[in-house]
Each structure stands twice: as structure tokens, then as C-alpha cells.
Ligand binder design. Structure first.
Ligand code: F0G
Length: 458
């Protein structure tokens, strides 16, 4: 018999989970103004809100923490991280930051000016937020195939080169500070970008004299998809693939809370000494001194170790295999998600799931509330609330896809938790005809409203 698949690690420490009743959950949801971010985590049985900072560190990472060097300047932990970034990703210059959006804040303070255009593949919300905050515009050049959830395309994170070139032609060179590639593309469903597409985007950038920045939060998961789906890469190691990927980037921002499997941390990778010098000023102002920038020495040690563990094939196969397991279970119940399944999460098509709820009443949010009340599983809306209002017209922006995202923390849950989640959603699916109304906004922030929005039933 062929041996079945099994996880590439075993569990050394556990954390108890609390079960609750439907009655309790109904009250909690109302008290939280139907915003899942407002729930205290002890009320959540399975937490699939995010895969960011929620992973389980390894024994090697915890032991690296114990020997962290907490010197203000020139800590050995800084050099350990610097060496890991140079060794694995190939960037000569780097700045530590406390998380991904901080890296965006520092780098964009140097690069983005009012009136600029920043083309890319479905920018993540904090990336877009940092662009729009500077009164510049994020231009989405993702391939159209990404927006058809049932259509198979191995690289739904790809940039449409025609759309990109159109953007590069439409504006003067000095108005386009860089092209940004998010690998994997979170917004389109944790979808990878092919190596070919990265190469072509870089070539186009070179032709127009525009640098390429990677938003690299899930670079290792992207590399796994290249290895398993792209011709010519199956015999290469993840680390060889990662090296080639970054050879097409001039700079990178990293939220280390994802593929580096730490609970907090981030950094900027750069090739240009000039950009490094300019970014250093902002790093000192916003984050901290150049050799810690918002992280403790122990955090930098764990991050350095996490970069190595996160680029091991066996780990990635276990991790991405678990995400696909949940996707297949949901599919067997007739629930439609973005396919092929992404690297870090299953993105359920909420409009397909709840066709009777009007788009103006926040369909994916409605589904998220129903799932929590059903079973204590917390997911997150990647839909109209997240898409925010148009900065000029202040009207709701309806994204092409209205998703409920089930993000899987790394090395945390077992496949029994995936089964529980799938059945919970299947139970909601069974009563979907009775769900006809969604929510109205009571209060919202002017930017990134989804974190703090307060809702009432419509
Ligand atoms: N870029 C991408 C692609 C992300 O997914 C995130 C965060 C960031 C940048 C910002 O990084 O949180 O460390 O400041 N994504 C989380 C998520 C929040 O749930 O998808 P951060």
C-alpha cells in the first residue's frame, strides 16, 4: 500500500479551546456590533480570522528566542537576521520593522508622492491604504481570470501585462514610483504569481525604467506553487525558486507574521544604498534604530530561524495540503470557493452562497456572522466592507468578488478542526434560503473601516 500523507511535525505544547452555545454566541455577536474583530478570542472555538501572527513557533524558534541579543545597537540577533535575508532572499540592505504595514509605511514614505500611480496585482488593503493615504492611486492590473472563481488557472495572482503596459503608457515615468507584486496575492484568494510573470513584469519595468517591489508576506507559499505547477521548476528546491523570484525585485516589504512563522515582525529588503539611506531616516522616526526597528532581539532571532523553516518543502506541503483539504471538504458539500485553492486560506464565494442577501447589505460579512453563530468559527470578510469607500465619491466600492476568508494559522489546527469548520459551513449552506437580509452600518472609520465598523441587522 502507498503510505498516506502525514504532517511533517509533531505537537509539543497545546492550548485548550473553549466551546460555547448558540445562545451565547448570538448575544456575543450582537454585543460585538456584528464585527468579528470585536469578539474576545476566548469566545472563539476555531479562529480562522487570519494566518497572520497566529502560527505556532517551533522548538528551534523558541530556543533561538532564549539567546536573543537585546543590545540597542549592533545586536547579534540583527546580524543573524541580516544574514538569513541575504542568504535566502539575496538582499544586501535591510531594515527591520515591527510588521508588514510598518515596512510599507517606511518604504512608501520614500517612494510614493501625491498624484502617483502604483500598478500591481490586487494590492492588499494596508498597501492600498498606505498608497491612498499619500493621495496616490493603486491601479489593479490582475488578470481577468482571477475574478472567475470556477475557472482553473494555475497562477491567478498574475499581472495582465497589457493592463500594466497601458498604465505605464498612460502616466509620465515620474508619476509611477514602482510596480508592486504581491506574492502570493492575498486579495485574489492567496493565489500565486508564476515565475514567468515575475520575469515579464520585471522586463516591462526595465523597459520603462520603473522598479519592482515585492509584497512578500507569503513568498514561500508562492514558491511552493511554482515548484508544483510551473514547468521547469519541479526539480528545483524551494530555496532555489525563492532566490530566482527575488532576483526580479528591486525592493521588498515583508510581513514576517505569515511565511516566516513568527507572531510579530517585518522588514524591508533593498538593493539600492540610496533608498536604504533615505528609508533609514523614516525607520528611525517611525520604528526604531536601524538594528532593531520595532523588534526585540529575540524576535529577530525567531524570525531568522522561521525564514529557514518556512522555506522547507515538507513544511509547505503539510501547510498548503491542509488548506486544500478544507477546500475539498467544502466543495463536497456544494460550497463554491476560489479555485484552485490558495496557499493560506479558503476564499468562499459569499454571493454564490447567499444569493438572496442584497450586495448593499454586506453579503460576506453576513455569512461570517452566520458561521460564528452556527459553530464558534471566526472567519473574515474580504468583500465590500474591506474594499472601503471610493476616496473621491465616498460611495461603497463593490469588489469583483465578495469572499468569506477562512485563513488557516500555520501548524496550529488539525484536520479534525478543518472537518468541524466544513460541517459548520455546510449547516449554514443548508439553511441559506432563509438568510435574506444582511447589515447596515452604524459607525465606520474614514479608512480601513472593516476593523472597527459597527453594524446592525438590516
Ligand atoms: N501584505 C499582505 C499581502 C498581507 O496579507 C498583509 C497582512 C500585509 C501586507 C500587512 O502586514 O499585518 O504585518 O502589517 N495581512 C493580514 C491578513 C493582516 O489577515 O491577511 P501586517
Amino acid at each position: 500500500m502507498q503510505l498516506p500523507f502525514a504532517e511533517s511535525y509533531k505537537i509539543k505544547m497545546v492550548e485548550p479551546l473553549r466551546r460555547s452555545t448558540r445562545e451565547e454566541r448570538e448575544i456575543w455577536m450582537k454585543e460585538a456590533r456584528y464585527n468579528l474583530f470585536n469578539l474576545s478570542s476566548d469566545k472563539v472555538f476555531i479562529d480562522l480570522l487570519t494566518d497572520s501572527g497566529t502560527g505556532a513557533m517551533s522548538d528551534r524558534q523558541w530556543s533561538a528566542m532564549m539567546i536573543g541579543d537585546e543590545s540597542y545597537a549592533g545586536a547579534s540577533s540583527y546580524f543573524r537576521l541580516k544574514n538569513a535575508i541575504s542568504d535566502l532572499l539575496g538582499f544586501e540592505y535591510f531594515l527591520p520593522t515591527h510588521q508588514g504595514r510598518a515596512a510599507e509605511n517606511v518604504l512608501f514614505s520614500v517612494l510614493v508622492k501625491e498624484g502617483d500611480f502604483v500598478p500591481g496585482n490586487s494590492h492588499f488593503d494596508t498597501t492600498k491604504g498606505h498608497i491612498e493615504f499619500r493621495r496616490a492611486k493603486a491601479v489593479d492590473c490582475t488578470i481577468n481570470e482571477a475574478f472567475d472563481v470556477t475557472l482553473y488557472h494555475p497562477f491567478k495572482g498574475n499581472v495582465d501585462l497589457n493592463k500594466l503596459e497601458e498604465c505605464l503608457n498612460a502616466h509620465p515615468r515620474e508619476k509611477i514610483p514602482f510596480i508592486i507584486l504581491t506574492v502570493t496575492c492575498n486579495t485574489s484568494g492567496g493565489q500565486p504569481v508564476s515565475m514567468k510573470n515575475m520575469r515579464e513584469v520585471k522586463e516591462l519595468g526595465n523597459k520603462y525604467g520603473i522598479p519592482v517591489v515585492f509584497d512578500a508576506a507569503r513568498f514561500a507559499e508562492n514558491a511552493y506553487f511554482i515548484k508544483t505547477r510551473e514547468e521547469g521548476y519541479k526539480d528545483k528546491t524551494i530555496r532555489e525558486i525563492v532566490k530566482e523570484m527575488f532576483s526580479y525585485a528591486d525592493c521588498m516589504t515583508m510581513s514576517a507574521k505569515k511565511d516566516a512563522i513568527v507572531n510579530m515582525g517585518g522588514f524591508i529588503g533593498m538593493r539600492s544604498q540610496e533608498i536604504f539611506r533615505q528609508a533609514s531616516v523614516f525607520n528611525i522616526m517611525f520604528e526604531g534604530y536601524l538594528t532593531y526597528g520595532g523588534m526585540s532581539g529575540r524576535d529577530m532571532n525567531a524570525l531568522a530561524e522561521g525564514l529557514y523553516e518556512g522555506t522547507e518543502f515538507d513544511y509547505l506541503q503539510t501547510r498548503i495540503g491542509q488548506v486544500a483539504y478544507l477546500g475539498e471538504r467544502l466543495k463536497s458539500f456544494g460550497i463554491q470557493s476560489q479555485e484552485p485553492f490558495g496557499g493560506h486560506a479558503i476564499f468562499v464565494d459569499a454571493v454564490h452562497f447567499l444569493p438572496k442577501v442584497p450586495r448593499a447589505e454586506y453579503v460576506a460579512q453576513t455569512l461570517g456572522v452566520e458561521l460564528f453563530i452556527e459553530a464558534g468559527v471566526r472567519a473574515v470578510e474580504i468583500g465590500t466592507l474591506l474594499a472601503d469607500r471610493d476616496p473621491i465619491t465616498r460611495m461603497d466600492r463593490y469588489p469583483e468578488l465578495e469572499f468569506l476568508r477562512l485563513a488557516i494559522p500555520r501548524r496550529v489546527y488539525t484536520n479534525n478542526h478543518m472537518d468541524y469548520t466544513a460541517v459548520a459551513l455546510a449547516n449554514v449552506f443548508e439553511r441559506r434560503d432563509k438568510i435574506t437580509r444582511g447589515f447596515r452600518i452604524l459607525h465606520e472609520a474614514p479608512i480601513m473601516r472593516h476593523f472597527t465598523v459597527e453594524l446592525e441587522r438590516a
